[in-house]
Design a binder for this molecule. Structure first.
Ligand code: FRU
Length: 493
């Protein structure tokens, strides 16, 4: 693994041409995705500023241009008309050099449009020459001409009553209130994760600290909460966040989680009263920092997209100079006190040709590099091995017990194994057995939607040339489609 010096990690981006060689190298990777958003070069992590404006979806991602390293973060801008095909627009927010408020990174945040402008709220990650960290909540806006413009002064600095871990502003606009709210992920001085709430009558100034969000029962739940948000869905409030340094049973040694609590939010007392437990959003291995689109007017549905990766781990493509992609956008609803995630209906447009699933004498059939597989299942033992070799060995196995009380995904059979500390199997109880699966395979990922969104397992996977077969056991009906390319993947900086 390459060791990066601080200078290399935080090198300012001056000339896009400096990246062309890296871009060529990255483009040659056989693991480049074909219909998932991915870093143009280097590393991507959180989705940021996801918003509907001017008849288009705008999305940004945390981007370190130089390689697979969490170094100097920028906001890279992409747009879509349909949430299916995406276009690169280039880097939008660059850190200010020298003593700027964001001199060591334009960290995560959110967006809100007003009239013909989009306001971007982000964390300025400032470091003093002695590397002391300061977090500022900053504002930029994109005007009609598409140019970003940063406000010269931050909206506010770090709250001195908490540690310097304060970041990821989520801007909230409630129809029945004349104030805007902003949530900031934070850490108390005695190292407990929490959310700080700010409010203002204007999007551009006058932000004041309103208080710490009270979440009864969750006063000590991980040591830092990243990327918080509160969404109103189907008459309920949903608190989404990423508690860190927390061990959750069944999730291996994983310390970073993305989950939610359903409850009710009282904006007067800043109390989120849970109506149930904390649940993880995704039962797979690689999913974090999920964000819901702002300015999306459907009371019962939200649109969610997440980083298909995790902090503090490495991936096999690191050696190739890139890492990270985003999940497919998903429709989020509340059903029976749980969040349900389904692939957006629009994603059916990606289906290209329906290919025949005709197993050979060993029960194997070939899977294309980019495919959707839909399976209707009947009662009894179920076992599907994806990415096996031509003899049906190895791969990622999805299975249930005889009574279908639980579904398990096991990726230990892959030839390229990574992040073993995260664990290699993940399970989830099934409420009414296994009825249906929709599986999305791209060059280096698999997303498994169980029973119309009852559970999702999202994982990166790096099959070798030999690992492109599938074997199904059990009473199943399988359909499969090849997928169209949805990304131009152009060199646009
Ligand atoms: C989450 C996160 C955020 C931060 C950003 C930096 O993955 O750590 O809290 O703003 O990434 O890239």
């Amino acid at each position: 693994m390459r060791e990066w010096t601080r200078e290399e990690k935080y090198r300012p981006l001056k000339d896009p041409q400096e990246l062309i060689e890296l871009y060529r190298q990255v483009s040659a990777s056989s693991y480049r995705q074909t219909y998932h958003i991915q870093a143009v070069t280097g590393l991507m992590n959180d989705p940021n500023g996801f918003v509907w404006h001017d008849n288009r979806w705008h999305l940004f991602y945390q981007w370190c241009p130089w390689g697979a390293v969490h170094g100097l973060k920028h906001w890279y801008h992409i747009i879509s008309k349909d949430l299916v095909t995406w276009e690169n627009l280039g880097v939008c927010l660059l850190p200010d050099e020298g003593n700027g408020y964001d001199n060591k990174g334009v960290y995560s945040g959110s967006a809100m449009p007003i009239d013909d402008k989009i306001y971007l709220y982000y964390t300025g990650n400032h470091r003093d020459p002695d590397w002391t960290r300061h977090a500022y909540t900053c504002l930029a806006r994109i005007g009609r001409d598409g140019w970003p413009e940063k406000y010269p002064l931050p909206l506010f600095g770090a709250n001195p009553a908490y540690t310097e871990h304060q970041r990821d502003p989520k801007i909230i606009c409630l129809p029945d209130r004349d104030r805007y709210y902003m949530l900031i992920g934070a850490q108390t001085k005695d190292r407990r994760g929490c959310v700080l709430v700010y409010s203002s009558g204007s999007l551009q100034h006058g932000w004041v600290f309103a208080g710490e969000l009270k979440v009864p029962g969750y006063e000590s739940f991980g040591d830092m909460w990243e990327c918080p948000s509160i969404e109103r869905l189907g008459g309920r409030d949903v608190l989404l966040f990423c508690p860190q340094h927390l061990t959750i049973e069944g999730r291996g040694g994983s310390q970073n989680h993305n989950g939610y609590i359903i409850g009710s939010m009282d904006w007067d007392t800043l109390t989120f009263t849970p109506d149930g437990a904390f649940h993880v959003l995704d039962f797979g291995f690689d999913s974090y920092a999920a964000a819901c689109a702002n300015n999306h007017q459907e009371p019962d549905k939200a649109i969610l997209i997440a980083w298909m990766g995790l902090p503090d781990v490495s991936y096999p493509t690191d050696e190739e100079g890139w890492a990270g992609c985003l999940t497919l956008p998903r429709e989020l609803t509340v059903r029976k006190r749980r969040l349900v995630q389904q692939p957006l209906p629009e994603l059916k447009k990606l289906r290209d040709e329906q290919t025949s699933v005709s197993p050979d004498q060993n029960g194997l059939f070939r899977i294309p590099k980019a495919a959707e597989i839909e399976i209707d299942c009947r009662p009894g033992l179920f076992r599907l091995s994806l990415f096996t070799d031509e003899c049906g060995n190895g791969g990622v196995t999805i299975s249930t017990d005889e009574n279908q009380t639980e579904i398990t995904v096991d990726r230990s059979g892959m030839r390229t194994r990574f992040n073993p500390l995260e664990g290699e199997t993940r399970s989830r109880p099934l409420e009414n057995g296994l009825l249906h699966l929709r599986i999305f395979i791209d060059s280096s990922s698999v997303e498994i939607f169980v029973n119309d969104g009852e559970a999702v397992f999202t994982s990166r996977v790096f099959p070798t040339e030999a690992e492109h077969f599938c074997r199904a056991e059990g009473d199943v009906f399988i359909r499969m489609w090849t997928m169209k390319r949805a990304l131009k993947d152009e060199f646009l900086i």
